[in-house]
Design a protein around this ligand. Structure first.
Ligand code: F6P
Length: 320
């Protein structure tokens, strides 16, 4: 049985531990592991190679993905998907394992409907925006990178009378901003999913300043595209000098955390233990369990943010 793994879309920390576990566990179970390099682009171009133990030595602590990734425009033209299918047939690959996010699973959905290549999907993206799933590989490391950045910014913020507006990634999803704001004691949290109230925040901030507050930490999700506006708002409405920091791609890097390494191994084990009797599933992590779900169910649903976390963040959105 030949099984090929690929990483697709935005890379995330924890992909390498997953790749390592994939190779080792495949050999343990008597399967032949293959790598597809460069994500969907590599699949179109036939960049498929047998994986060996030596390929995965010393990678467990590294961020990124040793088999690389891509965002493919060509994939959305049928002739290229056909080429990808022909490459899979040529190499006699029996199963495709895809590590990726929402966009990758949509790409997989089109491909499966056309060519019926058996697959297992594993959620991996710092955005944490997959429906019916609470954790994607890369999220915990990204949250810790953000935590370190906020800690560092707090050092300078607390030495001046200033507001710091910090933009987190996540596309349209506010998960990183929401979780980071609550976990790191921010004064403001603005995300695309919730209609915030700046007037209420202003009233509270002015009162706090009169009582001695000397700095602000504000977390703004990139999906809102208002980071600079919020910086100006602090200067014009609150009368506080302000600085904006866009954290950007550092959130995608860093050595995978312990949680990331353990979960990556468990995702792979679940996929390899189940695909023979239950193929064509996305392995999700939900309420502390690994649950296999249909691709259709995933691509036709919308993710939701955790209600308890939203409640905790309400005051930071001016909604108290
Ligand atoms: O999907 C992961 C992600 O890092 C998003 O949070 C971000 O909006 C996007 O990818 C950035 O994409 P790129 O690396 O192509 O600039």
């Amino acid at each position: 049985m030949k099984i090929a793994i690929m990483t697709s879309g935005g890379d995330s920390s924890g992909m390498n531990p997953a790749i390592k576990k994939f190779v080792e566990y495949s050999y343990e179970k008597g399967y032949e592991p293959y790598f597809i390099y460069n994500g969907l682009e590599g699949l179109i171009d036939g960049q498929i190679k047998k994986a060996e133990y030596k390929d995965v030595g010393g990678i467990i602590y590294r961020g990124g993905t040793i088999i690389r990734s891509s965002r493919s425009k060509r994939w959305f033209e049928k002739e290229y998907r056909k080429k990808a299918y022909e490459n899979i047939k040529k190499e006699n690959i029996d199963l495709l394992i895809i590590l990726g996010g929402d966009g990758s699973f949509r790409a997989l959905d089109i491909f499966y409907k056309e060519f019926k290549v058996p697959f297992m999907g594993i959620p991996a993206s710092i955005d944490n925006d997959l429906p019916m799933n609470e954790y994607m590989i890369g999220v915990d490391t990204a949250l810790n990178v953000i935590r370190c950045a906020i800690d560092d910014i707090r050092d300078t913020a607390s030495s001046f009378n200033r507001a710091f507006v910090i933009e987190t990634m996540g596309r349209e999803c506010g998960y990183l901003a929401l979780t980071s704001a609550v976990a790191n004691g921010a004064e403001m949290c603005l995300i695309p999913e919730v209609k915030f109230n700046l007037e209420n925040l202003k009233k509270r901030y002015l009162k706090e300043i009169s009582e001695g507050r000397s700095y602000f930490i504000s977390i703004v999700a990139e999906g809102l595209k208002i980071t600079e506006k919020i910086k100006d708002w602090f200067e014009e409405e609150i009368g506080f000098e302000a600085r904006a920091t866009v954290l950007g791609h550092i959130q995608r890097g860093g050595s995978p955390t312990v949680l990331e390494r353990l979960r990556a191994a468990e995702f792979i084990e679940t996929a390899l233990d189940n695909f023979e009797k239950t193929p064509n599933k996305i392995v999700t992590y939900y309420k502390d369990k690994f649950i296999l779900r249909d691709l259709d169910e995933i691509v036709n649903s919308k993710y939701t943010l955790d209600e308890r976390m939203l409640q905790l963040a309400k005051p930071l959105m001016g909604l108290n």
